[in-house]
Design a protein around this ligand. Sequence first.
Ligand SMILES: Cc1cc2nc3c(=O)[nH]c(=O)nc-3n(C[C@H](O)[C@H](O)[C@H](O)COP(=O)(O)OP(=O)(O)OC[C@H]3O[C@@H](n4cnc5c(N)ncnc54)[C@H](O)[C@@H]3O)c2cc1C
Length: 367
Amino acid sequence: MRRDLIVVGAGPAGLCAAIEAAGQGLDVVVYDENAKPGGQLFKQIHKFFGSKEHRARERGFRIGEQLLQEAADLGVEVVLGAPVIGLYQGLTVQAQIDARIERVRANGVILATGASENMIPFPGWTLPGVIGAGAAQTMANLHGIRPGNDLLMVGCGNVGVVVAYQMLQAGCRVRAMIDAGSTIGGYGVHAAKVARTGVPFHLGHTIVRAEGDARVESATIAQVDDRWQPVPGTEKQLDVDTVCLAVGLSPSIQLAAMAGCRMLHLPEMGGRVPVRREDCSTSVSGLYVVGDAGGIEEASSAMIQGRMAGMACAMEQGFISPVVGKDRLRMLRDSLDRLREGPFGERIRGAENRMQAVLPSRLEETA
Ligand SMILES: Cc1cc2nc3c(=O)[nH]c(=O)nc-3n(C[C@H](O)[C@H](O)[C@H](O)COP(=O)(O)OP(=O)(O)OC[C@H]3O[C@@H](n4cnc5c(N)ncnc54)[C@H](O)[C@@H]3O)c2cc1C
């Protein structure tokens, strides 16, 4: 069987890619390894930031519901419980569905596999009770389970401050927020909400160890020097049963690497990433990478990237004329640029310039 388009990952990036392509008449199938579609969106019970154009003030799970409805209305087939375990020459995708392995070829493949959480090793880090902040968010917001009673949050970026507030809402006590850096990286409004509840923020601190017999019973933190090494004599012990690590995400690039995409190490994108043109196409013909899998950003930019790749696929396969397709791509690109205005966007623009030195833009060729 040969499909027009296979999308791997039913998060915001993958669903938007599928919607855009199906809207142009492509036959689209989406595979997701989870039992439920939506990726991270259904964990996001808080309101989005930015402008109305980028769905500010809407809650993530509401956006997820709308995208799923749109995809269903356009006849997109979403196959769940289907991890994609291989991507081979000729855009052949190998998925595991129940006990069988399915191999399907496609004229286009869009990888929207998201990211995985980073961990930091320290004595006691394998004790039950040391978990990723994303895992804590999944337990509380998707499964209705409080991950613990007394928490230490390691990392004050967006994931750290948002998840800390959601843990307070779930009834946990957040004993402290720590970060090795000297500033809070997360949005001020979220950090302020946490701070107003009396949770102490210890900047310039790291976790030294977690202790306990069968699970975490306490954690020790300490100040760091300018090389982020613990300063002896500054240790403090906290009575916690849960340590949440919110220390960054890494793009899930395994399938792109397997397909032979050219890669670059770009720390500002979260590490090793496939080199992409501005329409999210890679060095492998017909293969696109969108959302966090191409570089860590946010759900809003993941959705625009998905749409760009869906439109580029439709154009590549002749479902839409290059003139109309490129107009739509430029419009989406402008929207992405507006989203990336400001200091967060600066690092992305720098990374994009490095990628375009390797793979020049196709959008401007015939502009
Ligand atoms: C743990 C975590 C917490 C976050 N919390 C917030 C937050 O609170 N607020 C916020 O604005 N942003 C948050 N983000 C960021 C935001 O959710 C992401 O930027 C956005 O979800 C990226 O969308 P995506 O579609 O690229 O990836 P995701 O939403 O992660 O979706 C990827 C999908 O791909 C599927 N998948 C992965 N590999 C395979 C495979 N091999 N085969 C089949 N399916 C596969 C996964 O099951 C998943 O459904 C968080 C991100 C993470 C990782």
